[in-house]
Ligand binder design. Structure first.
Ligand code: GAR
Length: 208
Protein backbone atom coordinates (compact mmCIF):
# COMPACT_ATOMS: atom_id res chain seq x y z
CA UNK A 1 0.00 0.00 0.00
CA UNK A 2 1.42 3.38 -0.95
CA UNK A 3 1.09 6.28 1.49
CA UNK A 4 -0.69 9.18 -0.21
CA UNK A 5 -0.23 12.64 1.31
CA UNK A 6 -2.62 15.30 -0.04
CA UNK A 7 -1.69 18.99 0.06
CA UNK A 8 -4.58 21.47 0.06
CA UNK A 9 -5.32 25.18 0.50
CA UNK A 10 -9.07 25.61 0.04
CA UNK A 11 -12.44 23.93 -0.30
CA UNK A 12 -11.01 20.51 -0.98
CA UNK A 13 -13.51 19.16 -3.52
CA UNK A 14 -10.65 17.31 -5.20
CA UNK A 15 -9.63 15.88 -1.81
CA UNK A 16 -13.26 14.74 -1.41
CA UNK A 17 -13.13 13.06 -4.83
CA UNK A 18 -9.98 11.20 -3.70
CA UNK A 19 -11.59 10.16 -0.40
CA UNK A 20 -14.72 8.92 -2.21
CA UNK A 21 -12.59 7.07 -4.77
CA UNK A 22 -10.58 5.38 -2.04
CA UNK A 23 -13.79 4.30 -0.28
CA UNK A 24 -15.37 2.91 -3.43
CA UNK A 25 -12.24 1.00 -4.43
CA UNK A 26 -11.39 3.16 -7.46
CA UNK A 27 -7.98 3.88 -5.94
CA UNK A 28 -6.10 0.60 -5.84
CA UNK A 29 -2.80 0.13 -4.03
CA UNK A 30 -2.84 3.37 -2.05
CA UNK A 31 -4.32 5.02 1.03
CA UNK A 32 -4.62 8.69 2.02
CA UNK A 33 -2.56 8.80 5.20
CA UNK A 34 -2.33 12.56 5.79
CA UNK A 35 -3.72 15.90 4.60
CA UNK A 36 -1.52 18.98 4.88
CA UNK A 37 -3.03 22.46 4.50
CA UNK A 38 -1.24 25.74 3.80
CA UNK A 39 -4.21 27.58 5.36
CA UNK A 40 -5.62 26.97 8.82
CA UNK A 41 -9.23 27.76 7.81
CA UNK A 42 -9.33 25.57 4.68
CA UNK A 43 -12.60 23.61 4.49
CA UNK A 44 -10.53 20.68 3.19
CA UNK A 45 -9.37 20.17 6.80
CA UNK A 46 -12.99 19.58 7.84
CA UNK A 47 -13.31 16.95 5.09
CA UNK A 48 -10.21 15.17 6.42
CA UNK A 49 -11.59 15.26 9.96
CA UNK A 50 -14.99 13.90 8.89
CA UNK A 51 -13.22 10.96 7.30
CA UNK A 52 -10.78 10.29 10.15
CA UNK A 53 -7.74 11.24 8.10
CA UNK A 54 -4.92 12.82 10.14
CA UNK A 55 -4.15 16.39 9.11
CA UNK A 56 -1.52 19.07 9.67
CA UNK A 57 -1.53 22.80 9.06
CA UNK A 58 1.72 24.30 7.81
CA UNK A 59 0.68 27.93 7.25
CA UNK A 60 2.36 29.60 4.28
CA UNK A 61 2.09 32.97 6.00
CA UNK A 62 4.28 31.79 8.89
CA UNK A 63 7.29 31.52 6.55
CA UNK A 64 9.16 34.44 5.01
CA UNK A 65 10.00 32.77 1.69
CA UNK A 66 9.23 29.81 -0.53
CA UNK A 67 12.48 28.01 0.35
CA UNK A 68 11.92 27.92 4.11
CA UNK A 69 8.27 26.98 3.56
CA UNK A 70 9.25 24.17 1.20
CA UNK A 71 11.78 22.85 3.74
CA UNK A 72 8.99 22.59 6.31
CA UNK A 73 6.79 20.74 3.78
CA UNK A 74 9.69 18.42 2.91
CA UNK A 75 10.23 17.55 6.57
CA UNK A 76 6.52 16.74 6.96
CA UNK A 77 6.46 14.56 3.81
CA UNK A 78 9.50 12.64 5.03
CA UNK A 79 7.94 12.20 8.46
CA UNK A 80 4.77 10.84 6.84
CA UNK A 81 6.84 8.48 4.67
CA UNK A 82 4.94 9.72 1.63
CA UNK A 83 5.10 7.50 -1.45
CA UNK A 84 2.90 9.89 -3.44
CA UNK A 85 2.16 13.57 -2.87
CA UNK A 86 -1.01 15.00 -4.43
CA UNK A 87 -1.45 18.75 -4.84
CA UNK A 88 -5.25 19.10 -4.74
CA UNK A 89 -5.91 22.82 -4.97
CA UNK A 90 -2.61 23.61 -3.23
CA UNK A 91 -1.96 27.26 -4.01
CA UNK A 92 1.75 27.51 -3.22
CA UNK A 93 4.60 26.78 -5.62
CA UNK A 94 7.07 24.36 -4.06
CA UNK A 95 10.79 24.98 -4.19
CA UNK A 96 13.14 22.48 -5.85
CA UNK A 97 14.18 21.01 -2.49
CA UNK A 98 10.77 19.27 -2.57
CA UNK A 99 10.41 18.67 -6.31
CA UNK A 100 13.88 17.08 -6.54
CA UNK A 101 13.43 14.88 -3.43
CA UNK A 102 10.04 13.69 -4.75
CA UNK A 103 10.74 13.67 -8.50
CA UNK A 104 7.90 11.89 -10.37
CA UNK A 105 6.17 11.37 -7.02
CA UNK A 106 4.18 14.63 -6.89
CA UNK A 107 0.96 14.92 -8.92
CA UNK A 108 -0.89 18.21 -9.48
CA UNK A 109 -4.31 18.99 -10.91
CA UNK A 110 -4.40 22.14 -13.03
CA UNK A 111 -7.78 23.46 -14.26
CA UNK A 112 -6.81 24.10 -17.90
CA UNK A 113 -5.33 22.30 -20.88
CA UNK A 114 -1.58 22.75 -20.30
CA UNK A 115 0.32 24.45 -21.97
CA UNK A 116 -2.55 26.98 -22.11
CA UNK A 117 -3.44 29.21 -19.15
CA UNK A 118 -0.80 27.86 -16.79
CA UNK A 119 2.34 28.87 -14.93
CA UNK A 120 2.81 31.42 -12.19
CA UNK A 121 -0.28 33.55 -11.51
CA UNK A 122 -2.69 31.05 -13.10
CA UNK A 123 -4.61 29.41 -10.30
CA UNK A 124 -8.22 28.89 -9.25
CA UNK A 125 -10.79 31.17 -10.92
CA UNK A 126 -8.05 33.26 -12.60
CA UNK A 127 -7.45 30.34 -14.99
CA UNK A 128 -11.09 30.29 -16.10
CA UNK A 129 -11.25 34.11 -16.37
CA UNK A 130 -8.27 33.96 -18.74
CA UNK A 131 -9.77 31.13 -20.81
CA UNK A 132 -13.07 33.04 -21.21
CA UNK A 133 -11.26 36.31 -22.00
CA UNK A 134 -9.35 34.52 -24.78
CA UNK A 135 -12.52 33.00 -26.19
CA UNK A 136 -11.39 29.36 -26.32
CA UNK A 137 -14.11 26.89 -27.30
CA UNK A 138 -12.80 23.96 -25.24
CA UNK A 139 -11.06 23.91 -21.90
CA UNK A 140 -10.44 21.21 -19.33
CA UNK A 141 -7.97 19.99 -16.76
CA UNK A 142 -4.54 18.43 -16.72
CA UNK A 143 -3.10 15.93 -14.26
CA UNK A 144 0.68 16.15 -14.33
CA UNK A 145 3.85 15.45 -12.40
CA UNK A 146 5.39 18.43 -10.64
CA UNK A 147 8.92 19.55 -11.46
CA UNK A 148 10.96 22.72 -10.82
CA UNK A 149 8.87 24.86 -13.21
CA UNK A 150 5.26 25.78 -12.45
CA UNK A 151 2.81 23.53 -14.35
CA UNK A 152 5.59 22.21 -16.62
CA UNK A 153 6.03 18.59 -15.50
CA UNK A 154 5.13 15.52 -17.54
CA UNK A 155 1.42 15.28 -18.40
CA UNK A 156 -0.34 12.11 -17.19
CA UNK A 157 -3.99 12.68 -18.19
CA UNK A 158 -6.05 15.47 -19.75
CA UNK A 159 -9.77 15.85 -20.29
CA UNK A 160 -11.90 18.48 -22.02
CA UNK A 161 -15.25 20.24 -21.75
CA UNK A 162 -16.95 22.63 -24.17
CA UNK A 163 -17.02 26.34 -23.32
CA UNK A 164 -20.50 27.85 -23.74
CA UNK A 165 -21.33 31.44 -24.78
CA UNK A 166 -22.85 32.50 -21.44
CA UNK A 167 -20.27 30.83 -19.19
CA UNK A 168 -18.98 32.71 -16.16
CA UNK A 169 -15.64 31.70 -14.60
CA UNK A 170 -17.61 30.00 -11.80
CA UNK A 171 -19.80 28.00 -14.20
CA UNK A 172 -16.83 26.90 -16.30
CA UNK A 173 -14.85 25.99 -13.17
CA UNK A 174 -17.69 23.79 -11.92
CA UNK A 175 -18.13 22.06 -15.30
CA UNK A 176 -14.40 21.26 -15.44
CA UNK A 177 -14.34 20.02 -11.85
CA UNK A 178 -17.38 17.76 -12.25
CA UNK A 179 -16.52 16.35 -15.65
CA UNK A 180 -12.74 16.19 -15.53
CA UNK A 181 -10.91 16.95 -12.26
CA UNK A 182 -12.94 14.77 -9.89
CA UNK A 183 -12.64 11.81 -12.29
CA UNK A 184 -9.12 12.09 -13.69
CA UNK A 185 -7.31 12.96 -10.43
CA UNK A 186 -8.42 9.74 -8.68
CA UNK A 187 -7.73 7.79 -11.89
CA UNK A 188 -4.15 9.13 -12.09
CA UNK A 189 -3.59 8.44 -8.38
CA UNK A 190 -4.79 4.86 -8.86
CA UNK A 191 -2.55 4.38 -11.89
CA UNK A 192 0.44 5.67 -9.91
CA UNK A 193 -0.32 3.40 -6.96
CA UNK A 194 -0.43 0.40 -9.28
CA UNK A 195 2.94 1.42 -10.86
CA UNK A 196 1.16 1.93 -14.18
CA UNK A 197 2.76 5.23 -15.17
CA UNK A 198 5.95 4.93 -17.16
CA UNK A 199 8.40 7.76 -17.77
CA UNK A 200 10.25 7.81 -21.06
CA UNK A 201 12.30 10.75 -22.35
CA UNK A 202 10.72 13.03 -19.72
CA UNK A 203 7.16 12.14 -20.78
CA UNK A 204 4.58 10.10 -18.89
CA UNK A 205 2.73 7.16 -20.45
CA UNK A 206 -0.03 5.01 -18.99
CA UNK A 207 0.75 1.29 -19.06
CA UNK A 208 -2.42 -0.38 -20.36
C1 GAR B 1 -9.34 23.25 -8.53
O1 GAR B 1 -10.08 23.69 -9.64
C2 GAR B 1 -7.90 22.99 -8.93
O2 GAR B 1 -7.77 22.47 -10.21
C3 GAR B 1 -7.32 24.38 -8.85
O3 GAR B 1 -7.94 24.99 -7.74
C4 GAR B 1 -9.21 24.37 -7.50
C5 GAR B 1 -9.21 23.85 -6.09
O4 GAR B 1 -10.47 23.37 -5.71
N1 GAR B 1 -5.89 24.34 -8.75
C6 GAR B 1 -5.09 25.27 -9.25
O5 GAR B 1 -5.48 26.28 -9.81
C7 GAR B 1 -3.61 25.01 -9.04
N2 GAR B 1 -2.83 25.81 -9.96
P1 GAR B 1 -10.67 22.38 -4.49
O6 GAR B 1 -9.96 22.97 -3.27
O7 GAR B 1 -12.16 22.35 -4.30
O8 GAR B 1 -10.12 21.03 -4.87
Amino acid sequence: MKNIVVLVSGGGTNLQALIDAEKSGIIRGGKITCVISSKENAYALERAKQNDIPSKVIPRKAYSDSKSYSEAILAALNEEKADLVVLAGFMTILDECVTKAYAYKIINVHPALIPSFCGEGFYGLKVHEAALAYGVKVSGATIHFVNEKADAGAIILQGTVNVEKDDTPEILQRRIMENVEWKLLPEAVSLFCQDRIEISDGKAYVIK
